[in-house]
Ligand binder design. Structure first.
Ligand SMILES: Cc1cc2nc3c(=O)[nH]c(=O)nc-3n(C[C@H](O)[C@H](O)[C@H](O)COP(=O)(O)OP(=O)(O)OC[C@H]3O[C@@H](n4cnc5c(N)ncnc54)[C@H](O)[C@@H]3O)c2cc1C
Length: 314
């Protein structure tokens, strides 16, 4: 898709850029949208420009026009793995609501704004097994593929067979699983900043009752371990892989008494040391200070550098 627009400098001429974007994106383009309600942390300032994409064409158009106008843009899925700065985002925040889902034999193709739980449900309804591990993981397929989300030793990258992306040159490309170079909470999208438009997952035929039971078991396990009411972004740091062995970040954080540490309204969840929570009015800066302090403590005690799983939108 080509969008012909005049090139303008964002910082120099906001009005002109806004008019340019407005002409393309229409009434759905908003200004000064509070981002905290769009995240599970409930933290963050405003997006200067905000747009909800409900169809892949809208998503593509929004990304291309932002590139054309040379303004920063960010694609947000369910906002369940991000920490948004207190000063917000001085660019175009594109919220992805492209949520069509298609079943074709044993394959399910999801637009990237489909909720992971909807993929789990469709699999179960059709007696297709493989994605039960993802039950209860908040967020969209786009966010899940970006960070190769997973649980119980499995991850979405294990099931993905092919996908459609909008590459960084603004071209739509069909890619195979290998393109993503999936690793533990890693995919190539983190490096390329390509945008996932849709992804296809291959499941296997199973028994509906067994699938239901597995989903229920996983949800109960999550209920025991993870915050239910407290606002968080899930595990804050990645587990550490050293010489092929995985060391749980939660274990390392327990050893430095993380649960006793607080910064303002940012605290460590009392049932899981790798989950930072917002007690009510936490600022992003407080969460960041707490995270940095925890990293320093782990470095001092174990000489290990913890790496954030949560994405900072700063
Ligand atoms: C209570 C709780 C429990 C959690 N449990 C788990 C768990 O068990 N396992 C796990 O792995 N994670 C877990 N998480 C973290 C989070 O749910 C996952 O990382 C999820 O996959 C993020 O998806 P999202 O749509 O919310 O992404 P967002 O938070 O919206 O975005 C995350 C990143 O993905 C990028 N992105 C989003 N959509 C696209 C797209 N279409 N194309 C390219 N990039 C895109 C964003 O730009 C951003 O950089 C948990 C979070 C919470 C709050």
């Amino acid at each position: 898709m080509t969008i012909k627009r005049k090139r303008v400098k964002f910082s120099k001429c906001f009005k002109e850029v806004f008019e340019n974007l407005f002409e393309t994106l229409g009434q759905n383009l908003k200004q000064n949208e509070k981002l905290a309600p769009h995240t599970t942390f409930g933290i963050g300032g405003e997006a200067l420009l905000f747009y909800v994409a409900r169809k892949p064409q809208d998503l593509i158009q929004a990304v291309l026009i932002a590139k054309e106008c040379k303004i920063p843009f960010f694609v947000l899925g369910g906002g369940s793995n991000v920490l948004v700065s207190d000063s917000g985002f001085k660019g175009l925040l594109i919220k992805n609501r492209c949520n069509k889902i298609f079943l074709n034999d044993k394959k399910i193709t999801c637009q990237s704004g489909v909720l992971l739980d909807d993929l789990v449900s469709l699999g179960c309804e059709n007696s297709l097994s493989g994605v039960e591990f993802a039950a209860g993981i908040p967020g969209t397929v786009g966010g899940a593929v970006y960070g190769n989300a997973g649980a119980f030793g499995k991850a979405v990258g294990d099931l993905l067979t092919e996908a459609v992306i909008l590459n960084s040159q603004g071209r739509i490309e069909e890619v195979k699983k290998e393109y993503f170079e999936f690793g533990y909470r890693e995919s190539k999208l983190k490096k390329t900043k390509d945008i996932l438009l849709s992804a296809t997952f291959k499941l296997t035929i199973g028994e509906k009752e067994k699938i239901k039971k597995e989903i229920q078991k996983n949800l109960e396990e999550r209920k025991r371990k993870l915050p239910q009411r407290e606002k968080s972004a899930g595990c804050f740091f990645k587990n550490v892989v050293e010489n092929g062995k995985k060391i749980s970040a939660g274990f390392l954080l327990e050893q430095v008494d993380a649960k006793k540490i607080k910064e303002g309204d940012a605290a460590v969840f009392n049932r899981h040391a790798n989950i930072l929570i917002n007690l009510g009015k936490a600022k992003a800066e407080e969460v960041k200070r707490l995270a940095n302090l925890l990293k320093r403590k782990v470095k001092e005690k174990f000489d290990i550098d913890l790496e954030e799983e949560v994405v900072y939108l700063y």
